[in-house]
Ligand binder design. Structure first.
Ligand code: G3P
Ligand code: CA
Length: 324
């Protein structure tokens, strides 16, 4: 009798989990990648506010710790390809000639000007048609500042746009004696992001760290394993044991062209069979290698191969495409 009861309780909890996943992720989602970064310098509050007005489902935060343990919203552990750090603090580079976020306090970071992404060696702007490099008055900011902005806009605009934070380079942080993951999880919890229902997806490229987030740190958030190479998706069963989805580079989904039409790898269907959502990156209207147009990229990946979500620098275009 007791074993039948336990079996029924087990079934109930499986179906509850399935329900949560289904209701939360039942439509194709648009993630504003680094904000509306096709229009304003990435990861600035201005870019996040603009993204919010474009109605994506989520806005992304890449996270790196400052010297005084403040999670900063920035794509890399380096500062020199999106700020004027080399001019303001010319002697604070490491031996590799790079300037590291982790070597600066939050107050010091706040003195930097943020600009459109550029190659530090040449000074050349990466995406030529985007916001002009060196113009405007943009600053770095913390995770807390961004959450206040998004939750504030959700209130004032009557929306429920979610967040999609990424733990950046956990191995590097641990080597530097920093607890990035624990600090971020605490802030998310304090802002009310606690379970899969709370409109927060936590992502990481490091599978061991994401597994630790689920098992050791006991996070109940929706977890997405980012991938870039074939080796990263060799063991999808392992990923499915702790994650709710994968975030592959879109080229991992494309196989070869036959008669000018893309054939696909089995990645999306393999992931779906294991109950994993697939949110692929990155949809850029000014860089869509492999396709003849951005429209073709959206049609192929979002419709033909049926991924569940897209990271995009142009949230307005992908939202419009999906609405059509
Ligand atoms: O996190 C999804 C996508 O942003 C991964 O690429 O390098 O832009 O963080 P990256
Ligand atoms: Ca990211």
């Amino acid at each position: 009798m007791k074993s039948i009861l336990l079996f029924l309780i087990g079934l109930l909890s499986i179906s509850n989990n399935a329900q949560i996943k289904e209701s939360y992720m039942s439509t194709k989602i648009v993630v504003a990648h680094r904000g509306a970064s096709g229009y304003l310098p990435e990861h600035t509050l201005e870019s996040k506010a603009m993204a919010h007005a474009m109605n994506p489902h989520f806005i992304e935060q890449d996270l790196v710790l400052s010297k005084d343990n403040v999670p900063i919203v920035i794509h890399d552990i380096y500062l020199d390809d999106v700020t004027d750090v080399a001019l303001k603090f010319p002697k604070r580079n490491r031996q590799d000639n790079r300037f590291y976020v982790i070597d600066f306090t939050f107050d010091e970071l706040k003195t930097l000007q943020v600009t459109e992404r550029f190659h530090p060696k040449t000074g050349e702007q990466v995406y030529k048609s985007r916001f002009p490099k060196g113009k405007g008055n943009f600053k770095l900011h913390s995770l807390q500042e961004e959450l206040e902005l998004i939750l504030g806009l959700n209130k004032s605009a009557g929306k429920n746009i979610g967040i999609y934070p990424e733990i950046k380079e956990p191995g590097f942080h641990i080597k530097e004696g920093k607890k990035l993951t624990e600090i971020v999880l605490k802030i998310l919890f304090d802002f009310g992001y606690k379970t899969k229902k709370d409109n927060c997806v936590l992502q990481c490229f490091d599978a061991k760290e994401l597994e630790r987030i689920r098992t050791e740190l006991k996070s109940e958030l929706f977890l997405v394993q980012l991938t870039e190479f074939d080796k990263d998706v060799k063991n999808l069963e392992y990923i499915a044991s702790f994650a709710d989805g994968i975030g592959p580079w879109y080229k991992q989904i494309l196989d070869k062209k036959v008669n000018d039409k893309w054939q696909f790898t089995s990645l999306v269907s393999d992931a779906h069979k294991l109950g994993l959502k697939v949110h692929t990156y990155t949809f850029r209207a000014d860089a869509f290698d492999g396709f003849s147009s951005f429209e073709e990229m959206m049609q192929t990946l979002l419709i033909d191969v049926n991924v569940d979500g897209a990271f995009t620098d142009f949230p307005d275009l992908v939202v419009n495409f999906l609405e059509k």
